[in-house]
Design a protein around this ligand. Structure first.
Ligand code: HEM
Length: 109
């Protein structure tokens, strides 16, 4: 991939429903491993900031992802699953946004 192929207009990396299942699944397997989560998700958030991704976009993506899973899950989808995914995505987005903010602080100093 070249730099001209990246940016907010090109979302190939999220083109599979749900977005980035492998990374999310890997993250879920490391929920008790704060070092792994921070070491992986903060740099990922910093890269996203470089592509122009802003904090409100994380809420929009989480909302769409959960809406898609709710629709696909049908009768098997429960409120508890929604709550668990909101918590997981909030945690992932929080670490990514921390990484994004750290890059901004470095760039400003
Ligand atoms: C749960 C939150 C998110 C996760 C786990 C996630 C994960 C990823 C991953 C693993 C990549 C592949 C590139 C890399 O590893 O450096 C990627 C790329 C990308 N993501 Fe996300 N992402 C998230 C949220 C968002 C949001 C909110 C946006 C903006 C709407 C976004 C936009 C992009 C863009 C533009 C790329 C580069 C795509 C390309 O050029 O092919 N992501 N993301």
């Amino acid at each position: 991939m070249t730099s001209s192929e990246t940016g907010p207009g090109t979302l190939e990396a999220h083109d599979v429903p749900p977005p980035d299942p492998e990374l999310l699944e890997t993250s879920l397997g490391h929920l008790d491993d704060g070092d792994w989560l921070a070491g992986t998700l903060k740099p990922l958030g910093a890269r996203h900031a470089g592509w122009g991704v802003t904090p409100p976009m994380y809420d929009a993506v989480a909302e769409c992802l959960i809406a898609a899973m709710t629709e696909l899950g049908g009768d098997a989808w429960t409120e508890e699953m929604t709550d668990a995914w909101v918590q997981a995505l909030t945690a992932v987005a929080g670490l990514m946004l921390t990484g994004a903010a750290e890059v901004e602080v470095e760039a400003a100093s």
